[in-house]
Design a binder for this molecule. Structure first.
Ligand code: NA7
Length: 537
């Protein structure tokens, strides 16, 4: 039962979300600055995006030794990952481990979905409402993730479907059994590509509905050897240095070599080796893969050949390899037996470009040319990325400025950290930050520490408000665009980086593509200049 508490709970800082960002922000503000804090979390446990991401095959595509907090040497020594890439259960175990080590849960309120947040100018406070509580705070920090607002496309007739349907990013806690079920899956992004092999292995039959063909590199996931685990613990300082200096904060160097530096035989050997090694570092095999079309084409062609070699059904091979965007122009998936799964007898593939979905009826999916009777539909259809989770909270700034109206033409932020007109609101990994183009925990640590230092500075100097300047936010928006345009990323017109997957969403390239080290330097300079780039009062 929902009932409004008459009492309003007051805090120095409210943090929204108990994922990687929220947990570390709590440590920084509560334990390091001594502020009275609370974390408001919709779910009933810690995990953030990973609390909801429980679909079959859900696994991070950053290698586990880098998908960790690096702020605590003790934590690095105490925690041991078991596989090359962490699975979703193990990530939740890790986050629970962190929560108990730092005694975080006592300051997290679960099952608290923020329904509105309003800045009160008289008192310079934020009033925050959840379904059943009222809160008040000086600093409001959103730690809501970039890929947490699930998108189920509006397909006519879904409400008539008599089977069950699920979105991968909002998966039932107790799992879904596919045994003896006829399943349809829409979507072949990173998520869909992970789910297909696992669902196919369990279901009676799986039909994959593909709208856009996608590249994928074998992940080569495996249990970690004792030797590897030991050397990670012995060398974490080196890993930390490596992760901090590479643009995407991954634990591997990007080669200096250009494709044009080598002959075609050498090039093929390099790609073969990278294919065998597997993972996101395929992209790092040459320096110009994400900036030069011609160079990129060599990688794209190599992967298309691999798809054609792997998939025995020629029709499927042709649908899967009919890829018309540059490799890594969209988020490049990595997989465990994705293309191999199309060699199973119980898997079918539909090319929606040639046979689009007409509607969903009570029995399943109807395309222009076919009818598919299904027991279960899996939507691996992605997210209203980056802006969605923020706009969902009904945030009102100064002069009753609605964030939703303010961002009609696209997000306006300074450094992805603050929004003009919304004083004392900080957005961890907000639009305009490197976030989704990096290994997230590292980007998060940088943001969270910057926010801590900013708040600490304000307290010392007795400032009550900090607000991004409009002109600098505009300038930052231009900078985000400028650096993106140096890469091939904005050339992929249907990508979620541009908001193109959500009908009506403004087409603005959202993440900062200049790399985490460069971004961190910009943020550090702002800090060194006593935050003068902001309006302090
Ligand atoms: P993505 O990468 O947004 O992929 C969504 C997939 O769903 C993609 O194949 C889409 O095709 C497809 N899609 C979306 N809407 C439809 C409709 N209406 N009809 C058919 N197909 C549709 O989301 P993921 O969850 O895979 O990955 C998100 C991030 O999570 C990933 O980048 C990692 O960072 C982790 P499209 O390509 O738009 O034609």
């Amino acid at each position: 039962m929902n009932h409004i508490h008459s009492s309003t709970k007051e805090y120095d800082a409210i943090i929204v979300g108990a994922g990687f960002s929220g947990l570390y922000q709590l440590i920084c503000l509560r334990d390091q600055l001594g502020l009275k804090c609370v974390v408001l979390e919709t779910g009933d446990d810690v995990g953030g995006t990973w609390y909801w991401n429980r679909y079959p095959g859900a696994r991070c595509d950053t290698e586990s030794h880098a998908y960790s907090y690096y702020f605590s040497d003790e934590l690095l020594k105490e925690w041991t990952w078991s596989e090359r890439y962490p699975g979703h259960e193990e990530i939740r175990e890790y986050m629970n481990f962190v929560a108990s080590k730092f005694d975080l849960k006592k300051d997290i309120l679960f099952k608290q979905k923020v329904t509105s947040a309003k800045f009160i100018e008289d008192s310079n406070n934020w009033n925050v409402k959840t379904d059943n509580n009222n809160f008040k705070c000086k600093f409001l920090i959103t730690a809501v993730g970039c890929l947490s607002n699930t998108n189920i496309p509006k397909i006519k007739g879904l409400e008539n479907f008599e089977g069950s349907y699920y979105h991968t990013g909002n998966w039932p806690k107790n799992g879904v059994s596919f045994v003896n079920k006829t399943v349809g899956q829409i979507g072949t992004g990173s998520t869909g590509i992970q789910a297909v092999p696992v669902i196919a292995a369990e279901a009676k039959h799986l039909t994959v509905f593909q709208r856009t063909a996608n590249y994928s590199i074998p992940a080569r996931n495996k249990p970690l050897t004792e030797e590897f685990k030991k050397q990670v613990k012995e060398n974490f300082q080196n890993y930390k240095d490596l992760i901090k200096r590479t643009p995407n904060a991954h634990p591997f160097e990007i080669s200096d070599r250009l494709v044009s530096d080598v002959n075609s035989e050498e090039m093929n050997q390099i790609y073969e080796k990278a294919w065998e090694k597997g993972g996101l570092q395929f992209r790092a095999a040459f320096n110009d893969l994400v900036t030069n079309f011609e160079a990129n084409k060599t990688a794209s062609d190599f992967i298309k050949n691999k798809i054609n070699e792997t998939v025995l059904n020629k029709k499927f091979a042709s649908i899967l390899s009919d890829i018309d965007h540059p490799y890594a122009g969209k988020r490049p998936p990595i997989d465990s037996n994705y293309f191999e799964t199309y060699n199973r007898d119980n898997v079918n593939l539909i090319d929606l470009r040639r046979d689009p979905i007409k509607c969903i009826n009570k029995n399943g999916i109807e395309t222009e040319k076919n009818n598919f009777d299904l027991d279960i539909i899996v939507f691996a259809t992605g997210y209203d990325a980056m802006t969605g989770p923020l706009l969902n909270m009904n945030i009102l700034g100064k002069n009753n400025l609605k964030l939703k109206n303010d961002w009609k033409e696209g997000p306006k932020t300074f450094l992805g950290l603050q929004i003009p007109g919304f004083p004392n609101l900080f957005t961890v990994t907000g639009p305009g930050s490197p976030s989704v183009l990096t290994n997230m925990p590292m980007a998060i640590e940088q943001h969270v520490e910057w926010i801590r230092d900013c708040i600490s500075f304000m307290i010392k100097k007795e400032y009550t408000t900090i607000e991004a300047r409009s002109n600098l936010a505009k300038k930052w928006g231009k900078e985000v665009n400028r650096v993106a345009n140096k890469t091939l990323l904005p050339t992929v017109k249907h990508s979620w980086y541009l908001g193109a997957n959500i009908p009506g969403k403004p087409r603005v390239f959202m993440p900062y593509a200049g790399g985490l080290p460069r971004y961190s330097k910009i943020c550090d300079d702002v800090k060194k200049n006593n935050f003068e780039d902001f309006i302090l009062a």
